[in-house]
Design a protein around this ligand. Structure first.
Ligand code: GLY
Length: 307
């Protein structure tokens, strides 16, 4: 029996400057359309999420793939993950250098199935084994991020949470959640982490339950924001768990954000789809970039025109 598909993609939650709203809106829309076409053609939720996130990784507007933040050594280190809600299979990679699309590598980890999470040089080794070509690390560095890194080195006192304040030209983590025509749920996520992070720092994004979670019995969630706080409350799993008892997704996210704010004063955005294909988006930052269409025909996108 076929059901209506649902898809949400996001491009980060923070104080996006006015002259950057359009790039965020367009980037999310283009990724959404590719993912939606895949679902409409009968593709799996996992394929749709991977496709949407791969497109967002290729867009230098966002903190993922090319255009990601640089770490303290001036290098790009990337994290990505995806999860199937039917089997609970996971593929995740972290602190990977010289891979343009870490979401494709995470997919190979999931398909291989012998492990769920590979990091650093081990992930690179696995990429070679499965035929994913590496790139020169410098190919992932854009002038905007090189300038930010130079300023941080000169200032000598960069705080990661300052990047969530006003007028910072930066990208955000990207992600997608979906339900396909067979009713299966999935999630995918990709990030360059936080600006000027320590070498080897890993945030919430590739940590199961923290940045992402999918379970066909409940729902699928994908987070963005400052990863240290998100991880402390295991925000993706918390959001999915709040769906128990067929709760409305909006109400589930309200309760999850209440915990995030009360316990760790976290700043975040979350997209959530439940097993009926209902979608909710919530964030406690000034803006969040997203596009969605749910199984009931509701759709939305932000930042809005003129916002
Ligand atoms: N949410 C992305 C990170 O903190 O790494």
């Amino acid at each position: 029996m076929s059901v209506q598909p649902a898809l949400a993609v996001h491009g980060g939650a923070w104080d996006i400057p006015v002259d950057w709203l359009e790039a965020h809106r367009d980037g999310c829309r283009i990724a959404f359309e590719a993912g939606w076409k895949s679902l409409a053609d009968g593709g799996s939720a996992l394929d749709a999420c991977e496709e949407a996130v791969r497109i967002l990784e290729d867009d230098p507007t966002f903190d993922a793939g090319r255009g990601a933040f640089l770490n303290r050594e001036g290098d790009v280190e990337l994290d990505a993950a995806l999860m199937r809600g039917d089997t609970l299979d996971i593929g995740a990679v972290a602190a990977v250098r010289g891979i343009a699309n870490p979401i494709q590598l995470a997919r190979q980890v999931l398909e291989d199935g012998s492990h769920i999470f590979l990091v650093g040089s081990g992930a690179r080794l696995f990429a070679r084994e499965v035929g994913i070509a590496g790139c020169a690390p410098a190919e992932l560095v854009v002038p905007r991020e090189l300038d930010r890194w130079k300023q941080a080195v000169e200032a000598g006192n960069f705080r990661p949470d300052s990047a969530f304040g006003p007028s910072q030209k930066k990208g955000g983590t990207v992600g997608a959640v979906a339900r396909d025509q067979e009713g299966r749920l999935a999630v995918a996520i990709s990030t360059g982490g936080s600006p000027f992070k320590r070498v080897g720092r890993v945030g919430d994004s590739p940590l199961v339950g923290c940045g992402f979670y999918a379970d066909d019995e409940l729902g699928a969630a994908c987070c963005t924001g400052l990863g240290e706080a998100i991880a402390k409350v295991v925000l993706a799993r918390l959001s999915v768990e709040e769906l128990r008892g067929d709760q409305e997704p909006e109400a589930a996210l309200k309760r999850a954000f209440e915990v995030l704010e009360r316990r760790v004063k976290g700043l975040a955005g979350v997209i959530l789809v439940d097993r009926r294909g209902r979608i909710a988006v919530d964030f406690n930052t000034p803006h969040m970039a997203y596009t969605f269409r749910d199984a009931q025909g509701r759709s939305g996108s932000a930042p809005d025109q003129g916002e």
